[in-house]
Design a protein around this ligand. Structure first.
Ligand SMILES: *[C@@H]1O[C@H](CO)[C@@H](O)[C@H](O)[C@H]1NC(C)=O
Ligand SMILES: *[C@@H]1O[C@H](CO)[C@@H](O)[C@H](O)[C@H]1NC(C)=O
Ligand SMILES: *[C@@H]1O[C@H](CO)[C@@H](O)[C@H](O)[C@H]1NC(C)=O
Length: 325
């Protein structure tokens, strides 16, 4: 006899959720129903926009592929209920009152391609918030007026991400170290944020300058501070920042320049020395050659004179000897 697969803890939780949330009697929405104030069609689209909902609709068809709950007053995305919708491809939660999104919120939405969190009241995006969304292609995260912090690795696992819009938030800086590594990213909206164009945003500004085509509304992506660059486009200050921020050279730079200077200096000294030595040697050689010729002459003269003198002397000696004899 074949054993039935043990029910996973997830399906158990699912069962309990249905029993406790929807009452003991099976609710019609479990199979083919539709949440209150929502419209569901047979394409698995659930449309609940502008219904003054304050809670996430809790009896959604499990096979829902598109869920539109925009223009409501929903303050929280409950991870448990959301993650049963494992076929969800499209989720629009724009214009609600979401305050935070946790790491587990999107834990199971591996097919989600479109996510809209615009017009909410988020203040920060943490590490790996969107990590499980491996199919995410477009993320709209605009108009969260208090949003002033996005973790450097918030999008680092969204390898499919093509369009990211963080326009009109309260961002002063954005660490792009993981963004520039996303292979598919082709459009990034940054406009309408109070960017602070100092050395901390240098990389961002340079990126906008170099790959301007990627940036939506690049013309309205401007620095709000510091005062000397206020109102200038990020792309205009990129190169300037690069120059300014690397003006104060680091220890290694100094060491490098000292080393280079020393090499040039010593090369110059050595070559001057070698030249000097060569010239001295050459001069000496020339001199010696001249001296040798001179001394040859002298020797000859000496020898001639000697002989002559000798003769003389000899004669004299002879004379003397002759006189003596
Ligand atoms: C947000 O939703 C409200 C209704 O809840 C609507 O009146 C308002 O126009 C919407 N705002 C935007 C920007 O869509
Ligand atoms: C934006 O952030 C600044 C601090 O960087 C804060 O003082 C300001 O209140 C924020 N704006 C909003 C609308 O929350
Ligand atoms: C950006 O984030 C990465 C990874 O967290 C970090 O190593 C790097 O120093 C950060 N860059 C800046 C300019 O803060």
């Amino acid at each position: 006899m074949r054993l039935l697969p043990a029910p996973s803890s997830q399906s158990l939780r699912l069962l309990f959720l249905f029993i406790f949330v929807m009452g003991v009697a099976p609710y019609p929405a479990l199979t083919a129903g539709c949440p209150d104030r929502c419209v569901c069609d047979d394409q698995l689209v659930v449309q609940c926009a502008g219904q003054e909902l304050t809670l996430f609709p809790n009896d959604l068809p499990l096979a829902t592929r598109q869920l539109i709950i925009s223009n409501n007053n929903i303050g929280e995305l409950p991870a448990l209920q959301l993650n049963y919708l494992s076929d969800l491809v499209y989720l629009d939660v724009s214009n609600n009152t979401l305050i935070e999104i946790s790491e587990s919120t999107f834990g199971n939405l591996r097919k989600l391609a479109y996510l809209d969190l615009s017009f909410n009241t988020l203040t920060q995006i943490e590490d790996r918030t969107f990590g499980p969304l491996s199919s995410l292609v477009m993320l709209r995260l605009t108009d969260n007026l208090g949003l002033n912090e996005i973790h450097p690795d918030a999008f680092s696992e969204n390898m499919a991400l093509q369009v990211l819009d963080v326009s009109r938030n309260n961002l002063t800086t954005l660490n792009i170290s993981s963004l520039i590594a996303l292979p598919s990213l082709r459009s990034l909206g940054l406009s309408g944020n109070p960017w602070r164009c100092d050395c901390e945003t240098e990389d961002l500004c340079l990126w906008v300058q170099i790959e301007g085509f990627k940036f939506q509304d690049e013309g309205q992506t401007v620095c709000q501070g510091p005062p000397e660059v206020s109102g200038q486009r990020l792309a205009e200050v990129g190169m300037q920042l690069r120059a300014d921020c690397h003006q104060g050279l680091g220890y290694w730079d100094y060491l490098f320049f000292i080393a280079i200077g020393f090499v040039i200096f010593s090369a110059g000294t050595v070559s001057a020395w070698v030249m000097g030595v060569l010239m001295v040697l050459y001069e000496r050689y020339n001199k010696r050659k001249g001296e040798d010729m001179d001394s040859d002459d002298e020797e000859e003269r000496h020898m001639g004179g000697g002989m002559m003198g000798g003769g003389h002397q000899g004669n004299g000696d002879l004379n003397k000897a002759g006189m003596q004899v």
